[in-house]
Structure formats: structure tokens, C-alpha cells
Design a binder for this molecule. Structure first.
Ligand code: AMP
Ligand code: ZN
Length: 112
């Protein structure tokens, strides 16, 4: 499968890793939208939120236990934003489930 985030997960494409375990990986976004912009991905390929099921939801839950630990390590004590884009209308460009962690500044206009 020609998926850049699978290739990052298996080391074929280099990334600036922040965290890794057997189930997920966090690495800096190439095109940061905040002073700290890290992407969290499951190692298992899921296209997007639409492919989350009762069977694989543990991968997502696991990521959400890792996010606060990484955020703390990165000094984001004042808070951070987690964003997921699902599908074309949301502007998803990489079809491997990922969560953006954005922080290091006071966020401006709220989306919601
Ligand atoms: P999305 O628009 O939600 O699909 O986000 C995809 C994100 O992946 C964008 O913010 C890109 O800057 C980022 N990205 C694409 N390729 C790479 C890469 N090789 N390493 C790090 N980040 C990447
Ligand atoms: Zn993938």
C-alpha cells in the first residue's frame, strides 16, 4: 500500500519522532501550524475516523492516553488543541488516521 504514514511508521520514510511504542507513533508535522505541531498515528492503517470500529477503537484510545504524556513532555501545561480531519470536505490530505497536536501559543479564532 502506498501510504506515506505507513512508510513513516515502518521507517521507510524518515520523520522527526517524538514518541513511539508498538501501537503508535508521534512525529513533528513537516508544515507546522503552531510552535508545536505533532502528528499522532496508529501503526495499524486506518484511513480515517470512518474506519474506527469496536474492534480497533483500542488503538485510538491508546493514542489518547499517550497524547497528554507527550504534551506534558513538550511543555504544553497551558493547554493544546487536538484536531482530526476526516475526508475531503475536512481537508484530509493523508489518508491514514492521524491526530494533530497543536500548542505553544494561545490559539486564535475558535473553529467550534
Ligand atoms: P491532514 O490535512 O489532516 O491530512 O494533515 C496531513 C498533515 O501531514 C499535514 O499537516 C502535512 O503537513 C503533514 N505531512 C505530510 N507529509 C508529512 C511527512 N512526511 N512528515 C511529517 N508531516 C507530514
Ligand atoms: Zn497507512
Amino acid at each position: 500500500m502506498d501510504c506515506i504514514f505507513c512508510k513513516i511508521a515502518n521507517g521507510e520514510i524518515p520523520s522527526k519522532k517524538v514518541y513511539e511504542d508498538d501501537r503508535c507513533l508521534a512525529f513533528y508535522d513537516l508544515n507546522p501550524q503552531a510552535p508545536i505541531h505533532v502528528l499522532f498515528i496508529p501503526k495499524k492503517h486506518l484511513c480515517c475516523v470512518n474506519e474506527i470500529t469496536e474492534e480497533n477503537a483500542g488503538e485510538v484510545a491508546h493514542i489518547f492516553t499517550v497524547i497528554p504524556k507527550v504534551a506534558k513532555e513538550l511543555g504544553l501545561e497551558n493547554g493544546y488543541r487536538i484536531i482530526n480531519n476526516c475526508g475531503a470536505d475536512a481537508g484530509q490530505t493523508v489518508m491514514h488516521l492521524h491526530f494533530h497536536l497543536l500548542g505553544g501559543k494561545t490559539m486564535g479564532e475558535k473553529i467550534i
